[in-house]
Ligand binder design. Structure first.
Ligand SMILES: [Zn+2]
Length: 149
């Protein structure tokens, strides 16, 4: 499972889950992904998202079946936002920031070249797609409207 931050031609942003990067490409091409705000099907992935690998994320990636699509941020309740904030803080407190080396580190752990640990960092859409193709499980952290402090 991979979460992409998507944007429509009018500049609306929303998030959606996909089983793999290729699913986004296929659904986008066939016009199955529409902006929840204006209905545009001119959807593109937004660059750079913070990513994370944890043992829990791996387990979730292996057990989750169907892709789920849900617009985020629109009518977002404060409960959901608070839960995301707590989740993100917990992830940040329990992971090592490897920055832009994220994709490399995640791949090495997946193939047993280095010991598994919890890491977070940034990956480009290209790197994320390669991780998906290599079967490396990882998650995308939710982006929050306000800075964490
Ligand atoms: Zn839109």
């Amino acid at each position: 499972m991979i979460k992409y931050l998507l944007g429509c031609a009018s500049g609306h942003e929303f998030e959606s889950w996909f089983r793999a990067g290729a699913d986004f490409d296929a659904q986008s091409r066939s016009g199955e992904i529409a902006c929840p705000y204006c209905g545009s099907i001119e959807i593109s992935k937004q660059p750079m998202a913070p990513s994370v690998v944890t043992k829990r994320a791996k387990a979730a990636a292996q057990t989750t079946e169907a892709p789920v699509s849900a617009p985020a941020g629109g009518a977002g309740s404060s409960d959901v936002r608070e839960a995301l904030r707590v989740f993100t803080q917990k992830v940040i407190a329990n992971t090592e920031d490897v920055g832009t080396r994220f994709a490399d580190e995640a791949r090495k752990m997946h193939f047993g070249e280095i010991e598994e640990r919890h890491i977070r960092g940034s990956s480009t859409p290209e790197e994320a797609r390669e991780l998906v193709e290599d079967g490396v499980p990882f998650g995308i952290l939710p982006t929050l409207p306000e800075d964490l402090n």
